[in-house]
Design a protein around this ligand. Structure first.
Ligand code: AHM
Ligand code: MG
Length: 340
């Protein structure tokens, strides 16, 4: 008989190691896990329940919102507010920070999240994900929580994780003591530990990038990509390219198999003015904490992602993330061909 190690048990046992833990953090993670099960159910039934397609609205990023983007945001936001453990949150789907209303109990934590990443893939039945970052509240409990609570460098995260809605639903998280993955057993409605203490290979031979943007990348990134495509068997080259276009799915695959995910700045929409796409607070930071905990690295080409001081709730950053040696090799190309 295999050991029935549920996510709830894992969270509780991890937190028991901290003698001063109040249970708030444990409670918050449990609420997120419950919300994830609801979102997973909705994603699975979307085709039948007519939840696919666009909502007709556009979010602050200028992106068309899918019906499920809004549904996932509402489920997560409602449950986290009701938990009583949260002071404020930042969501990809809301222009401004969301403050827990003062008729609710306000807690000591802040969550930044992307409710349903990769949602433009939904109609084609391709995996999507939820990404979350948990920070300590910095405003005092006597003052109103505010946007500065959400805008903290990634190094201050106390936990981070994602839920992957793939062929199975997985919950992968870290509280700074390794990365642990759980698979939802739909017959009992529990996440079960299937991937304890995930370590990412130090070097991998896969890369994930939208190669359609290649012409609009900087010289350093282009030369790095050319290097990966060389005939050099000793270093596992040419690498294999695997790109789903859903960050959680691409990241998860590389975390397990090793390699690098790249989303550099590109000048496709703004000739001469390269711009990044992915968001720092609820895409790059949580995945950076996870990858570092698994032994990998996350960089914007010059700096550790986790050291960046946020300038805005929806700030975008170039993202190079994955196996440590691969990311460092990319950085050496950027240093050689570009000035910061
Ligand atoms: P989203 O948060 O609006 O879904 O956008 C983020 C997504 C990532 O999941 C994915 O890696 C990337 O955007 C794909 O971008 P592109 O279509 O340019 O390859
Ligand atoms: Mg996203």
């Amino acid at each position: 008989m295999f050991e029935l190690f549920t996510l709830n048990r894992h969270i509780l046992e991890t937190q028991r190691a901290f003698p001063h833990a109040t249970g708030s953090f444990t409670g918050l993670l449990q609420y997120i896990a419950t919300a994830a099960k609801v979102v997973a159910r909705e994603v699975r039934q979307a085709n039948l329940a007519e939840h696919l397609g666009t909502s007709g609205a556009v979010n602050v990023q200028g992106e068309v919102q899918q019906k499920l983007d809004i549904l996932a945001h509402n489920v997560l936001a409602k449950l986290m507010v009701e938990s009583g453990y949260l002071a404020a949150m930042g969501s990809e789907e809301e222009d401004h920070e969301i403050i827990t209303p003062n008729d609710h109990r306000r807690g000591q934590y802040v969550v930044n999240f992307d409710p349903l990443d990769g949602s433009s893939n939904l109609d084609a039945n391709i995996p999507t994900g939820t990404i979350f970052s948990i920070l300590p509240r910095i405003s005092s409990s006597k003052e109103e929580p505010n946007v500065t609570d959400c805008m903290q460098p990634g190094r201050r995260q106390v936990a981070a994780g994602y839920i992957l809605y793939g062929s199975a639903t997985m919950f992968v998280y870290t509280t700074g003591a390794g990365v642990h993955g759980f698979t939802l057993d739909p017959t009992i409605g529990e996440f079960l530990l299937t991937h304890p203490n995930i370590k990412t290979p130090d070097y991998g031979t896969y890369y994930s990038a939208n190669l359609g943007n290649r012409l609009f990348w900087s010289e350093g990134v282009r030369r790095y990509l050319d290097d990966l495509n060389l005939d050099d068997k000793e270093h596992g080259k040419p690498f294999s390219c695997r790109y789903v276009g859903s960050l959680v799915a691409d990241f998860h695959r590389n975390l397990l198999y090793g390699g690098i995910y790249l989303y550099p700045s590109d000048s496709k929409a703004n000739p001469g003015k390269p711009k990044p796409k992915l968001r720092l607070l609820y895409e790059a930071n949580p995945l950076a904490m996870l990858v570092e905990q698994a032994g990998g690295k996350a960089s914007d080409g010059h700096r550790h992602i986790l050291d960046i001081v946020p300038q805005g709730l929806h700030q975008r950053v170039p993202l190079f993330i994955g196996s440590r040696q691969n990311v460092e090799e990319l950085e050496s190309y950027i240093n050689r061909y570009e000035r910061s």
